[in-house]
Design a binder for this molecule. Structure first.
Ligand code: BES
Ligand code: MN
Ligand code: ZN
Length: 498
C-alpha cells in the first residue's frame, strides 16, 4: 500500500473516499464541520436523525453528498473527544480501513490524522496510522493452498495534516512508519513460519539475505564447529538433541559516519522450536513453541527497519538459532556445562534452555566491544504470569539504558515494564555442584532468568527484554505480533535524533 501526506482542504478532494471523524455525541470534527457547511447541513441532518452517535468505531458510508467532489464520505465515530488515546485512535484507523476494503475504495484521503490524540503530535498520528493499517491488513497465508482474496484492494492512502508547517514532520513519520511496519511484518512472517521450515539454518539464510539486499550489511554465520572451537558448550548442549544443526548469525550493519564508533548489539533468542528437551513440555499448546525464536525475529525485523531508513549507526544483530529437542543424544538434567565465560552451570531443567544459549552468545559478543547490548527473548512463562501479554519485561544493570528503553517503549506504544535484578536473586541460582544452577525455583522466575544472564554481561552496559507474553497471541487470533520491533527501532531512531 502506498502512503502519502498532504495539506489540503476537505472540500477539494477528488478521490474515491474522504474519511472524517465524528465525536460523541454527534460532534463534528473540524474536517466534518467543513463538509457539513459545504453540503448545507447534510451531515448534521443525518446525525440529528440518529444515523451515527459518534461512539468509537461506528461508521457511516455516504454516497453523493451534495456539493462534495469525492465519490464517498466515510464518517467514523471517534468516541469522547477528550478521551481519545493511542489505543482508540488505532482502532478507529483500523475500522475505517476495514470499511474502505469492504466497499471497494481503492484510494482514500483520511482526515483522521488531524484528530487530537492525548499527548501525541501529528508525527505520531501519521506513524501510528501507518503501523495500525499494516497491522490490520496483515495475514499469513504462505501455507494455504486456497488463499483468501480481496476484490478491489485499497491501494493508496493519503493523510491530511491541518497545517502546512506540519508537512515535514508528517513526511518523516511516513518514512519511519513504513520502515517500522516493514520490520514488524518481516518479524511476523519469520515467527509465524512453521518449525519444520523455519529451523536454525533457515534463520541463517534470512540473515545472509539481508547482506545481499543492503550494502550496509555484512553477515557472518557461526556453525557448530566454530562454536565448539569458541567453547560455547552451553549453547551446543541445548542443540545436541536436535538433528537440525545450530547456527548463530551475526548481522553487521555499518553506517555510522565514524566507522570506528562502537556498535549497539542486539541479541535475539532464536529457538526455532522448544520442546523442553528431556524435561519435556506438556502437549497442550506446544505448537506455540515455534514462536520461541520471537527474539531473533524481532532482531531481524529491526535490522530490516534500520537498513530501510539508512540510520547512521553501527548496529550488530545476532540471531541465536537453535532447536531444543529430546533424543538419545540430548543433554540431561544433572549435566554440568562449562560455558564460554568459564562459569560452570548445573542443568536442573532442560526446558530452561534459552538462558544457556544466550549466556554463550552474550559472552561471544564481548569481542565487538559494544556500546551496549540488549537481548530479546521469549525467556519465561513466569514473565507472562507477572505482566500478562501487554508489557514486555525489562531488566537491566544500567539505569540510563533502562530509562532510554522505557522511554522508547512509551513513544512507540510498544509497552515495557521494568523488573528488578540484584544479588538477593542470585542466591536462588546457587548449585551444590557448579557455579550456577540454570533455574531459580518457583518465585520470581522472570527475574531469576534475567539474573542468570547478568552473570555473563559484566563487560558492557546491558538490558534484557523478556517478550514471552508479547511476541505472539494465542487463541483464535493466534499469530506473531512483531513486537518489540517498534520499541527497538524507536530506541535506535532516538540514538540518532537525540
Ligand atoms: N520458551 C520458554 C518460555 C515460554 C514458555 C515462553 C511459555 C512463552 C510461553 C522457555 O524456554 C521455558 O521453557 N522456560 C521455562 C523455565 C523454567 C523451566 C525455569 C518456563 O518458563 O517454564
Ligand atoms: Mn524452554
Ligand atoms: Zn524456550
Amino acid at each position: 500500500m502506498e502512503f502519502s501526506v498532504k495539506n489540503g482542504s476537505v472540500e477539494k478532494q477528488r478521490t474515491a473516499c474522504v474519511v472524517v471523524g465524528v465525536y460523541e455525541s454527534r460532534r463534528l470534527s473540524a474536517a466534518a464541520e467543513q463538509l457539513d457547511q459545504l453540503s448545507e447541513g447534510y451531515l448534521s441532518g443525518l446525525l440529528r436523525r440518529g444515523y451515527l452517535e459518534g461512539k468509537a468505531g461506528q461508521t457511516l458510508l455516504l454516497h453523493s453528498v451534495p456539493n462534495v467532489l469525492a465519490d464517498r464520505v466515510l464518517l467514523v465515530g471517534c468516541g469522547k473527544e477528550r478521551e481519545l488515546n493511542e489505543r482508540q485512535y488505532k482502532q478507529i484507523i483500523q475500522k475505517s480501513v476495514q470499511v474502505l476494503q469492504e466497499t471497494g475504495s481503492m484510494e482514500a484521503v483520511s482526515f483522521l490524522t488531524e484528530l487530537h490524540v492525548k499527548g501525541r503530535s501529528t508525527y505520531w498520528n501519521v506513524r501510528f496510522a501507518i503501523e495500525a493499517i499494516h497491522e490490520s491488513l496483515y495475514a499469513y497465508n504462505d501455507f494455504k493452498s486456497i488463499k483468501p482474496e480481496v476484490r478491489r484492494e485499497l491501494k493508496k492512502m493519503v493523510f491530511n495534516v491541518a497545517n502546512r508547517k506540519e508537512l515535514a514532520e508528517a513526511e518523516r513519520a511516513v518514512e519511519q512508519g513504513k520502515a517500522v511496519a516493514c520490520g514488524v511484518n518481516f518479524a511476523k512472517n519469520v515467527a509465524n513460519c512453521p518449525p519444520n521450515v523455519c529451523n536454525p539454518a533457515y534463520l541463517a539464510e534470512l540473515a545472509k539475505g539481508l547482506a545481499k539486499e543492503y550494502s550496509t550489511i555484512k553477515t557472518t554465520i557461526i556453525d557448530e564447529k566454530i562454536m565448539a572451537k569458541e567453547g560455547m558448550n552451553a549453547y551446543l548442549a541445548v542443540s545436541r538433541g536436535s538433528h537440525n544443526e545450530a547456527f548463530m548469525s551475526i548481522i553487521e550493519y555499518k553506517n555510522h559516519p565514524d566507522k570506528n564508533a562502537k556498535p549497539i548489539v542486539l541479541v535475539g533468542k532464536g529457538l526455532t522450536f522448544d520442546s523442553g528437551g528431556i524435561s519435556i513440555k506438556p502437549a497442550e499448546s506446544m505448537d506455540e513453541m515455534k514462536y520461541d525464536m520471537g527474539g531473533a525475529a524481532s532482531v531481524y525485523g529491526t535490522m530490516k527497519a534500520i537498513a530501510e531508513m539508512n540510520l547512521p549507526l553501527n548496529v550488530i544483530g545476532v540471531l541465536a538459532g537453535c532447536e531444543n529437542m529430546a533424543d538419545g543424544n540430548a543433554y540431561r538434567p544433572g549435566d554440568i556445562l562449562t560455558t564460554m565465560s568459564g562459569l560452570t552451570v548445573e542443568v536442573l531443567n532442560t526446558d530452561a534452555e534459552g538462558r544457556l544459549v544466550l549466556c554463550d552468545t552474550l559472552t561471544y559478543v564481548e569481542r565487538f566491544e559494544p556500546e551496549l547490548v540488549i537481548d530479546i527473548a521469549t525467556l519465561t512463562g513466569a514473565c507472562m504470569i507477572a505482566l500478562g501479554s501487554h508489557n514486555s519485561g525489562l531488566m537491566s544493570t544500567h539505569n540510563p539504558l533502562a530509562h532510554e528503553l522505557l522511554n522508547a517503549a512509551e513513544q512507540a506504544d510498544d509497552k515495557a515494564w521494568r523488573l528488578p535484578l540484584g544479588e538477593e536473586y542470585q542466591e536462588q541460582l546457587k548449585s551444590n555442584f557448579a557455579d550456577l544452577a540454570n533455574i531459580g525455583g518457583r518465585l520470581g522466575g522472570a527475574i531469576t532468568a534475567g539474573q542468570f544472564l547478568s552473570n555473563f554481561t559484566k563487560k558492557y552496559h546491558w538490558a534484557h527484554l523478556d517478550i514471552a507474553g508479547t511476541a505472539w497471541k494465542s487463541g483464535v487470533t493466534k499469530g506473531a505480533t512483531g513486537r518489540p520491533v517498534p520499541l527497538l527501532t524507536q530506541f535506535l531512531i532516538n540514538r540518532v535524533e537525540g
